[in-house]
Design a protein. Structure first.
Lengths: 412, 412
């Protein structure tokens, strides 16, 4: 039961905030205004990343476990913002990796599923937005805006209204009008506008239409990787994976459906922080290989990986049933590609037919997940067929959302 | 992480199964076939209830906590069926009571919400069906059928497919065709048929169409209270409430949206079992007053309560936006009414307008719940206006499902 009150404040163990490309420290430790992109790279800048005083945290935590706060707040020592009202986000995170006997048999690997559908808006976006919105508020933000490919806009609306902020301003692609995402965002008090065919186009319109408010700080841009809080929220998946499996029994592969890539980069960041805290030893424990999955219809990350680039070049999306994968660019492309390569992972594009088929297979196996999650099963099948993932490997599929919107989408 | 394997078996501490009206023991301890309604009352019979060897369990558990199995299985000592495969239902239950600061202020009571939306199919029905399907299988059932007002059919489909049983046979009201419930049930392998305007009509058609298979045991009827397992699953909400609040700080009122009433009766049964186990002392701890809520358009329980009846007489439903409340009869009416009266509670009908308004209020307060849950907030407002619930009372609203289907319903 969640009862006591707090006051929103920055984690005093934040060491600095650095540019993800140059590593330069771009902001003072006490943030007097919400953090955006870096100032050191050419405009609009590159994503900032929070760095903690890990030695201090290591000493203080010692060998004890994590905190006792509910959900993701048990990892508060490594989150940038603390002291949230207890009813703010006690219901986010702590999803469990569950082994599927039937899918294990069917795919010849030791198969685990981490289903994010139990989060309050039914997706992993709740992790990032719960932390991102809170961090923004701790730095003085009064109202947020973002373009969305669906779930993120709903989550931003939810956490805005939970702090009684003015309704989040959410830009959705034109064809989302009247659909579940639209109604959800409005239920949670958002002001919803429509523009373009996907998140990139909607974001462009949003930034032009609100240039003045964004410049003055009246509005804060919560786009993927445009501020460092969402990454911090998403990394809690990494902490949970290590707690759940144990450091010595981590998955050999983590297969992740990649839109903006916050979760992929976040999970890897969590592993690095745990290494610094002495809770994971890379000389003794093998870290998982990270696999990015996209739809063949919109695969900028997969293309960049196989071309050997160190950044992601935008593509023209042909559209995909997996809303969250309809992301034609990636401002953190360099981080996604570095994560895949450092981990010894790979990048896989799967067809629309394979995604839809995998969605049905998950359902018949009693797994309530969305098309984005289904793409990871489609990728596993491909990696098995290609011999890249060996028989008996321990594989974790990240199922990023529940099944409702995918089913609802079919009617539109 | 959930990994090891088991074998489905009955809890050896089941003492007997008794008729909920006469108390007669109608079945032997070793159940050689699935349990249905009692044989002692006039056909079709009345609900059976599982009774445990509570002294034995009390001695064995001692002062230790509950088990360490995931979700509702931590209460395995008081569940009728054990040894399920670990991937069967690790994701059911353990929803948390969260205090809402804003709704506390708005309603002048100390307000807590228990949101069941994090269950795998997004509703509290997962609790009942996870246990009901498993108990049926432990007693030899091979395939299940049920009429549904929505969520129950989806949950029955999910747990059937998780045990690789033949697709659950689900009868839905005609107007559910093509909607989210229909698609969900089919995703989880159900065979869906349509009949009538609501669950009562659909159930009648189902029982006539499959009389032979039901009589021979080829099909087992999982209708609300037609077998005792669903009640056992639902009672886990009661265990969680006591664990969450603590025995000395239980809510003064629990407000519950009542269709068939399994949860209301189940929560009360849990309290009685905890008393017998010495974990709750009714001389020292006040038990919550239980409030049943229905829509004015379909309020058989409310009518029976205020007429002073000891059973519920069917009504003609005029339909309600709260699908789960569109239940024109209640075979366990005697149990529902006894629970309300023993607890010193009451029964409240709320208007459709009040339900829809409360749904919007929940949304604006960042609570992702369905129309059925919203009916409890509408009831609280009415009880406050009538002076029945005093200022400062500790109130728990049971929010039985997430917001997706209610939002999806608006388009149909």
């Amino acid at each position: 039961m969640v009862e006591s009150e707090g006051r929103i404040h920055l984690n005093p163990d934040i060491a600095r905030v650095v540019c993800s490309v140059t590593g330069s420290e771009t902001e003072a430790k006490q943030f007097s205004r919400p953090l955006g992109l870096c100032g050191c790279c050419p405009p609009p800048g590159k994503p900032l990343v929070v760095v903690y005083e890990l030695d201090t945290i290591r000493e203080r935590l010692g060998d004890t476990g994590w905190g006792t706060d509910p959900g993701i707040w048990r990892y508060g020592a490594l989150l940038p913002v603390l002291g949230l009202p207890p009813s703010y986000a006690p219901d986010v995170g702590l999803t469990q990796a569950v082994r599927s006997e039937s899918l294990t048999r069917e795919n010849g690997v030791d198969l685990y599923l981490k289903n994010e559908g139990s989060n309050p808006t039914g997706s992993f976006k709740d992790r990032g937005l719960a932390v991102g919105i809170a961090l923004g508020v701790a730095c003085g933000a009064k109202r947020f805006c973002l373009p969305t490919q669906g779930n993120a806009g709903v989550a931003a609306a939810l956490f805005s209204t939970r702090l009684s902020l003015p309704g989040c301003l959410v830009y959705m692609p034109e064809n989302y009008r009247g659909g579940l995402y639209h109604r959800e965002a409005e239920l949670f008090g958002a002001e919803v506008r429509f523009a373009g065919a996907n998140i990139a186009a909607a974001g462009k319109v949003m930034r032009e239409a609100h240039a003045d408010e964004l410049a003055s700080g009246q509005l804060v841009d919560m786009s993927t990787f445009f501020e460092p809080g969402r990454l911090e929220g998403k990394k809690t998946m990494g902490f949970e994976i290590v707690e759940d499996f144990g450091p010595g029994k981590l998955p050999d592969w983590i297969i992740y459906p990649t839109g903006g890539g916050t979760g992929l980069v976040g999970i890897w960041k969590a592993f690095q922080e745990l290494i610094a805290l002495g809770r994971l030893d890379p000389t003794e424990h093998s870290l998982p290989r990270m696999v990015a999955v996209q739809s063949e219809n919109c695969a900028p990350v997969i293309e960049a990986f196989h071309r050997g680039l160190d950044h992601v070049e935008p593509v023209e999306s042909e559209g995909t049933v997996a809303d969250g994968l309809d992301v034609p660019g990636a401002i953190m492309g360099h981080g996604i590609l570095a994560t895949i390569r450092e981990s010894g992972g790979t990048a896989v594009a799967v067809s629309e037919v394979a995604i839809i088929d995998a969605f049905r297979v998950l359902g018949r196996n009693g797994i309530a997940a969305s098309y984005e999650g289904a793409a990871t099963l489609a990728a596993l099948r491909k990696l098995r067929a290609d011999g890249l993932v060996a028989v008996g490997s321990r594989v974790l599929l990240l199922l990023t959302a529940n099944h409702f919107v995918s089913l609802g989408r079919e009617s539109t």
